[in-house]
Write a protein that binds this ligand. Sequence first.
Ligand SMILES: [Zn+2]
Length: 230
Amino acid sequence: MYTFLLIFSACLGSFSSACIYRYTHNEDFITDRSRCPHCHHTLAWWHLLPIFSYIILQGKCYYCHKKISYLYPLNECFHILIFYLTFYFTQDFFSTILWGSYFSMCLNLSIVDLKTQQVPTSILGILSIILLQLKPLTTSNILVTTVVFLMLVIMYFSMKHHFGFGDVLYITLHALLLHPIALCKAIFSSCILALLFLLCKKRNRFTPIPFIPFLTIGFIIQVFLAFFLQ
Ligand SMILES: [Zn+2]
């Protein structure tokens, strides 16, 4: 079980990194093969093994010897850690795969937002499918989510400089998953983190910053708190 989770999570981390790279560089997901970002040489299968390839190649491209970003193995290690932590709390294989995939999508969305300040609807779509598997819809759930969405839309139009519509959709999706109080706590902690970030970077409140990464931190903390208190 642990071996399967190790391989699955590392491969998902590697696949996520490849998808993020292709999305941010306008490359095709299916037809394009993985290439070195420096010399554009097509990579062999053994250059793409999660973590191992980075160690074997000593963090450098096999062809041009330029450095490979440490973010690739870091993303793979993060995936392994989050899957193992989830399994520790849930003790259920199927739940671990679902929750792990959810965390992976949140992380992907955060990295894309950090790099491009865009929120791809394709990732939001996959995230919504996973969320519906994690928590099936109920009448009260739909009601709360609708209220949250309407409130956010009003705020979006009245405070247009403060957040994007991608943030509205991302928070609304989490209204499906989290208890309303946990959702408020997550948004509040995200705002505090974003404010601290603005202060550290000495930017004013009108400077656009990616908000999804801060929301992700807030949501993940609330999900793990819920695991812990179960
Ligand atoms: Zn190269």
